[in-house]
Design a protein around this ligand. Structure first.
Ligand SMILES: [Zn+2]
Length: 229
């Protein structure tokens, strides 16, 4: 696949590509690794905070480690911290830290699920200073928080929330420089091209300019994408 094919990068989805222009990184819970059709797509694999306390830590982390040996696995994720669920934060943090170590060892980026725990994450960056790209998926916070996160070294991915013309998200999107950005469909129904369309309008740049920039971001930050495309 070449740039001429006009690829729209979808950094985080839960389905295969649904149009010829889309390149999607499908998310897979580590407990379900490996899927039968591992060869048919590109994946992020991670021990999600939702599963903390429900699966065996050692077994599940082993699956994450094992998954990095498959070249169709492009990232560790989604992993992170979630204060809206019952699993103790301290347990979530242990699981999270172990996986960032795996990502560093395999030189793979991290896709982050963060709910009400941005400050903890910023603190984590200060202490651990991971060198692999750390991409916060489904960002829907304020522009002030976006700035704090960018200054801490995170990249931000936006999803269908920007299409709902929610003013807070639009403001946040304006704050993020295009070279720190990704887009995603996550579990939503929107076509990834539509999300780009809205974002280009907000940013005041052409759809094609935005598409090429995000493609370059993928080449810069996704080691295995750069090897392939
Ligand atoms: Zn997701």
């Amino acid at each position: 696949m070449q740039k001429a094919n006009k690829i729209f990068i979808n950094i985080h989805g839960h389905r295969q590509a649904n149009n010829i222009q889309e390149w999607v990184m499908m998310n897979l819970m580590a407990k379900d690794y490996p899927p039968e059709d591992i060869e048919n797509g590109y994946y992020s694999v991670g021990y999600h905070p939702y599963n903390v306390g429900k699966v065996d830590d050692e077994d599940t982390l082993k699956k994450v480690r094992l998954s990095t040996e498959n070249l169709n696995v492009f990232a560790i994720g989604e992993i992170g911290l979630d204060k809206s669920i019952e699993a103790p934060l301290e347990h979530q943090m242990r699981v999270f830290e172990s996986q960032v170590e795996i990502a560093e060892f395999a030189d793979l980026p991290v896709i982050l699920h963060v709910v009400k725990a941005f400050n903890e994450l910023v603190e984590f960056m200060k202490v651990h200073k991971p060198v692999v790209p750390m991409i916060i998926h489904g960002y829907n916070g304020s522009s002030q928080m976006a700035e704090t996160l960018l200054n801490s070294g995170f990249l931000l991915s936006f999803g269908e929330a920007i299409a709902k013309e929610h003013s807070k998200i639009v403001e946040s999107l304006l704050t993020v420089p295009v070279d720190k950005l990704f887009f995603e469909t996550d579990e939503g129904d929107l076509d990834i091209r539509e999300i780009y369309h809205f974002a280009a309008e907000v940013k005041g740049i052409s759809l094609d300019h935005l598409r090429v920039q995000i493609y370059e971001n993928a080449r810069t930050h996704l080691t295995r994408f750069a090897d392939l495309f």
